[in-house]
Design a protein around this ligand. Sequence first.
Ligand code: AMP
Ligand code: MN
Ligand code: MN
Length: 314
Amino acid sequence: MSNITINQLHMALCEANSILLTVHIRPDGDAIGSMLAFYEALIAQGKTVHMVVDDVIPEKFSFLKYIDYIHDVSYLETNAISVDMLMVLDASTYERIGRVGALCSAPIFNIDHHISNTKFADYLYLKSNFAATGEIITYLCKEWNWPITESMGTALYMAIATDCGFFKFSNTTAHTLEMASYCVAAGARPNVVSETIEAISADRLELTKQVMQTIGFYKHNTVATIELCPAVMAILGDDTDGFVDIIRNVDTVDIAILLKGESPNRTRISLRSKGTDVNAIAQQFGGGGHIRAAGCTIMKNIEEAKSELLEAIG
Ligand code: AMP
Ligand code: MN
Ligand code: MN
C-alpha cells in the first residue's frame, strides 16, 4: 500500500482508459452520490467506466441520474470485464466491497475519509478530516477543473449532506460547506435533496412509535439505546436511517446506540457520540468508522450485544 498525493491520483486517472467503480456494501448516500458523480466526471474525461456494487441499491436514491447504470456483482461474473483500475470509494476495508474485490484483478485505488481505513488498497487517497467522500470528489473536480454538472452537483450535495447530518454534525467544517456551496452553485437544490432523502411513509412513522418503546437510558442518561428487533428489521429492510437520531438529540446523551437485530445471533450496531471516541469502541468488536460515528457487528442477540457494549463503554 502507498498513500498517494492528489497529483499522483490525477496522473493515474489520466493514464487509465477503463475504470471499475465500486463502494461499500449497504451503500449510503455518500457512497452512491460519490460514485454517480465520479462516474459522470470520468465519462466526461473520455474513460470507459463501469459501476458495480455487491448489494441492493436503496430505492430512495432512484431520483439520481445514472442510478440505473449501477450493476449488481453478477455483471462481473457473466461478463469478461478487464479494466486498468479498480476505484473503491467510501470503503475503509477490503471486506466492505463484498465480492467485487475477488472478481476484479486490476490495481486497487481507494478514495476514502474513514479514520479506521485499513490501508487495504494498492494506492490510497485518504482525507480523514473531510466529512464525506463526496467532499473529496467535489474538491478533486475543483482542483482539476473538471466541470461539475447539475446532476453531479445534486449527487455530491446529497453525498456530503447525508454524511454530516445535513451540516449538523461535528465533522462539518468550513471546507465542507464550501464544497457544498459549489454543488448548489452547480444546480443542486438542498430542499429537493432533503425532502427526497428524508421522506418517510405514514406506515414507517407508525412503526417508529413502536420502536420508541425500546428506548433505554444508562450511565446517568449519558448513554441511550434504541432497538430494532428482527421482526421490525424484516419490515424495514436496510432502511434504518433516522432511528439513532431520535436518541442522539437527548440533551444528556453522549453516546447513542442503535441495535439492529438481523437474526437471533447477529446484531449490527450504529454508534454516534458528541464527544467519546466511538470508533475505538467499534474497533473492539471488529468494526470501525469515525470518531463520532461508527459501526460494528456482534454475533449475539440484541440483549447480549447491548450488555457487551455497555461494558466496553465502561
Ligand atoms: P452506520 O452506523 O452504519 O451509519 O456507520 C457509521 C460509520 O461507521 C460509517 O462511516 C460506516 O462506514 C462505519 N462502519 C459501520 N459499520 C462498520 C463496520 N462493520 N466496519 C467498519 N466501519 C463501519
Ligand atoms: Mn458510507
Ligand atoms: Mn462516507
